[in-house]
Design a protein around this ligand. Structure first.
Ligand code: CA
Length: 724
């Protein structure tokens, strides 16, 4: 199964939709969703207004916004499914998607209808009773836009308001869809299309405005968040996260102050600081909080030789929702040089700290510290490591600054085996919180990455701008087998009041997935590359239930209720250990007690063997290929040619290794542009393409030598599911 099937499937999606679905409800039959009970929302789809959003906790049967409520706790107050009966949980229905790529979308459930986004920024609406597809929307993102996307062609979610569903697209559009029909109501281009922006995150609706940021910090853009009128799409305000060229003046006081923390000519590459995930609204303080990403390039020496703090990179920022006016910020990683985005999901909690009730904003950050901030003032209340951290010895609560170890800044000529590595302690995956246990449930990673500065870094108009050797893990860990190199994921239960881990779930290779906490005393967890969707006891951490979903599962689950029955829904697909060439089953799965639907038996799959041609290239040519690969290829194909799971091909087993002409057609002539592989002729010449081919052949040869009988090579440092 590959992407070409997806393109064919796309054109006939409506025809196959019925055949793709199964339901265990006798009234619908297995293949006939056409005659069915009209959803309760037939007259009114997505009738969500500001009051309903603000009171979402009072409607536990619904899931109207990305994090469940404005507090973004990913908590369902439904308790029909509980610790005593979760073993009876079974599939109620499922629906196939027309994409076989990684799925990261959190669905919404509103008045009888499930809305969910998939890879390539597509949106589906299903009758939540039966699984019948109500509509499907494809924004038709140009395939070649993929070269501007750092970390998978994903979409993490949508928003609903006043009869409309809002989705941000990879090519930077914010689109309002009629929730009844899926027809476009308006479309607003939120970016400069000549720059390397993309959108993968979920919009939020606050006070009649749709808030959305964007991605692109690995390439070189100026980060910002925008607010757009929910009815018209007109831009209401924009808040940049880093200052522009001082010679052109500053948009506001916040930018002028930020410019004092920068040196060099950062604006030429935009600076970075993209707002690519967390956005939280607090009605109590009337503030919108968002996280900002890393600087561009990652290596601060190449971005700001003066070593300033570089505000507002790697920060949590609070602004007024009506105007976008700056109110406060907290910078988690001053002078970031490690790709330590501060965009990870945040939530609002009311907890007791040192005997005092506190209204706080909490973020388990990619840099390995969990920050508790006063929600109104931004004052730092606590900062504790929640995984292995070696770049800083704690955080000074007086100054709010981390105690950075000097060697962590990887001087040229040195190596620092960073923890958490650039994979991060925690990515975009949903945290959850159960008010009864007082515990947060945090998808957590333990990861290393060797930081090696790139000498003589030059900015590039194509590919990453990092200022470090992104292909380093393969050779460094091969040559240093005794240093830690693991990348594992698991869920932890964390007490934000005491700053302590209470229990830990099982560890799996690579990035882990999102969580959902429920009033039934359960924590549902998407188990990443384990292909397992599971439920833990929220208090003890005992694993009470699990199911093999036949593919990777990283998206966040939701729960809702119809006619007195509680359901749990999750998108699955992609990120499989088996890789791009393996069959992949991207679907929406919906569970209930005593559900009896079964998934089709997976197609048997025999992985492609390692069969590289004889390596004839010189060491110099292979080294040139390694450098070019690091710059232009590793973003999608991983640090060692095979580590992007289901989204991009494993180059070590591609037949193109045997034909330089065919390889050049893809790399230099763009024959696969519509699938996302644009031509790199702008920056690569035929000798570069030959060198890259030689480098990949050298990888495949080394892998085959290391494990002659293995289907694919060593998995040194696993996929970077969430480097964005
Ligand atoms: Ca990043």
């Amino acid at each position: 199964m590959n992407v070409s099937h997806k393109l064919i499937a796309l054109t006939i999606s409506l025809a196959v939709a019925a055949g793709c679905q199964r339901s265990d409800q006798e009234t619908t039959g297995a293949d006939a969703p056409a005659t069915r009970e009209v959803p309760a929302a037939a007259a009114k789809f997505a009738e969500v207004d500001g009051q309903r959003l603000q009171n979402a906790a009072g409607e536990p049967s619904q899931w109207m916004t990305y994090g469940g409520t404005y507090s973004e706790r990913h908590f369902s107050n439904l308790d029909q499914i509980d610790t005593g009966n979760v073993a009876r949980l079974g599939l109620a229905w499922f629906a196939d998607y027309d994409t076989n790529l990684t799925q990261t979308g959190t669905p919404l459930y509103i008045d009888g209808v499930i809305y969910v986004s998939t890879a390539w920024s597509k949106v589906y609406a299903f009758d939540a009773r039966t699984g019948a597809q109500l509509w499907y929307y494809n924004p038709k993102v140009p395939g070649e836009w993929a070269v501007k996307v750092c970390c998978g062609l994903v979409n993490r979610g949508i928003a609903a308001y006043d009869g409309k569903i809002y989705v941000g697209t990879l090519d930077g559009r914010l689109i309002a869809l009629d929730a009844a029909t899926g027809e476009e109501v308006w479309s607003k281009l939120t970016i400069d299309p000549d720059q390397r922006y993309s959108i993968t995150s979920a919009p939020r609706v606050v006070k009649g405005k749709v808030l959305i940021g964007n991605s692109g910090g690995e390439f070189g853009v100026r980060g910002y968040i925008g607010a757009y009128d929910a009815q018209t799409g007109e831009e209401a305000w924009r808040f940049y996260t880093v200052p522009g060229n001082p010679a052109e003046g500053f948009e506001n006081e916040a930018m002028a102050r930020a410019a004092d923390t920068w040196g060099g000519e950062w604006w030429k590459l935009g600076g970075g600081g993209t707002v690519w995930d967390a956005i939280v609204y607090d009605p109590e303080s009337d503030l919108v909080y968002f996280g900002t990403g890393n600087g561009t390039p990652w290596n601060q020496r190449d971005r700001d030789p003066t070593g300033g703090d570089n505000l507002y990179l790697a920060s949590i920022v609070a602004v007024r929702p009506d105007t976008g006016e700056y109110v406060w910020h907290y910078q988690t990683t001053p002078g970031d040089t490690w790709d330590y985005d501060a965009v990870s999901p945040m939530m609002l909690l009311d907890i007791e700290l040192d005997g005092k009730p506190r209204h706080v904003l909490v973020q388990p950050c990619k840099n390995g510290f969990l920050y508790v901030l006063d929600a109104a003032s931004g004052k730092l209340l606590s900062a504790d490591p929640f995984t292995t951290v070696n770049w800083a010895d704690g955080v000074n609560l007086e100054t709010g600054r981390p105690n950075v170890r000097p060697e962590a800044r990887y001087e040229i000529g040195s190596v620092f085996n960073l923890a958490p590595g650039v994979q991060g302690a925690h990515g975009w995956h949903a945290n959850s919180y159960n008010p009864s246990t007082g515990l947060m449930y945090i998808p957590t990673q333990r990861a290393y990455f060797p930081m090696i500065a790139e000498e003589n870094y030059q900015p590039s108009e194509v590919g990453y701008n990092l200022g470090l050797d992104f292909a380093a893990p393969f050779t460094y860990y091969r040559d240093h087998p005794d240093v830690p190199s693991e990348f594992v994921g698991y869920v932890i239960a964390w007490d934000p009041a005491t700053g302590r881990e209470v229990w830990r779930g099982e560890e799996n290779q690579g990035a882990t997935g999102g969580t959902l906490a429920t009033a039934g005393g359960l924590v549902f967890h998407s188990g990443g590359s384990s292909n397992e969707f599971r439920a833990y006891d929220a208090r003890s951490g005992d694993k009470l239930w699990h199911v093999d979903v036949q593919t990777g599962v990283v998206a966040a689950p939701i729960s809702y209720e119809i006619d007195g029955t509680q359901y749990v829904a999750v998108s699955v697909g992609g990120g499989t250990a088996a890789g791009y060439f393996a069959p992949n089953h991207s679907r929406l799965l919906v569970f209930k007690l005593d559900g009896t639907t079964t998934l089709p038996t997976p197609v048997e799959y025999v992985p492609r063997p390692l069969n590289p041609p004889v390596l004839t290239a010189s060491a110099e040519e292979i080294e040139l290929g390694r450098q070019q690969y690091s710059q232009y290829c590793a973003a999608c194909h991983g640090t060692n040619g095979q580590t992007r799971g289901a989204t991009f091909p494993n180059l070590m087993v591609t037949p193109l290794l045997h034909t330089q002409e065919g390889f050049d057609q893809v790399v230099l002539q763009g024959v696969r542009a519509e699938r996302g592989m644009a031509s790199f002729a702008q920056v690569l010449e035929p000798r570069d393409s030959a060198a890259i081919l030689a480098y990949v052949v050298s990888l495949a040869t080394a892998a085959k030598d290391a494990a002659p009988t293995a289907a694919a090579g060593p998995t040194v440092n696993q996929p970077h599911e969430d480097i964005e």
